[in-house]
Design a protein around this ligand. Structure first.
Ligand code: ADP
Length: 171
């Protein structure tokens, strides 16, 4: 039987327990998941694409059913190039809906054979986003329950360095 492959695209800046929950549950439905880190999100990101990939790999451990890759250009072209037919996305609060609906419709217009499937967030992660994690971490708040240890460490380092740089600027 043909393997069912889904592409899970996103910025993952950084990966959170909300993303990991979607991946774990996605693996109950699909044989293989390709996590596709968007390269075009590099400009406004806290972590470089290489850092984000390394974090995702460390957070996932060794699972032969999950691969981590990057893409730029049109997502639907990338999906087809990987022999996949499904884009997996997570849905949180109502605020996600309009944006996701627009993108899913556009992707459907571009390549009708590619379907977008949404997985509802698990309750504990309903309001968890990479942006909120970065904001809390930048203000020295606790993020242990929101992100895997590799990310907690990376955030600590990133913001410690930033503080050092700011301190230097004030000297
Ligand atoms: P993007 O910039 O493409 O939205 P993100 O890394 O923010 O990239 O999100 C990637 C995908 O993961 C999106 O479909 C998003 O809705 C989903 N996602 C992010 N956080 C959560 C969460 N807490 N619960 C469920 N889905 C989530």
């Amino acid at each position: 039987m043909k393997k069912q492959v889904a592409v899970y695209p996103g910025s993952f800046d950084p990966i959170t327990y909300g993303h990991l929950d979607i991946i774990e549950r996605g693996l109950e439905v699909f044989d293989q998941i390709i996590i596709a880190v968007a390269k075009n999100s590099e400009k406004n990101s806290l972590f470089s694409t290489a850092e984000r990939i390394s974090h995702i790999k460390e957070a996932l451990g060794n699972n032969p059913r999950v691969t981590v890759d990057t893409f730029d250009g049109l997502l639907v072209d990338y999906v087809v190039s990987k022999g996949a037919k499904v884009i997996l996305r997570g849905l949180r609060a109502v605020s996600d809906f309009e944006y996701e609906f627009q993108i899913a419709q556009m992707n459907h217009n571009l390549k009708s054979e590619v379907e977008t499937l949404f997985m509802m967030t698990s309750v504990p992660y309903g309001y968890l986003s990479s942006s909120i994690v970065k904001e809390v971490a930048s203000l020295q708040g606790q993020v242990e329950s929101l992100v895997p240890p590799v990310i907690k460490k990376a955030l600590d380092e990133k913001f410690a360095n930033r503080e050092k740089d700011c301190g230097r600027n004030h000297d």
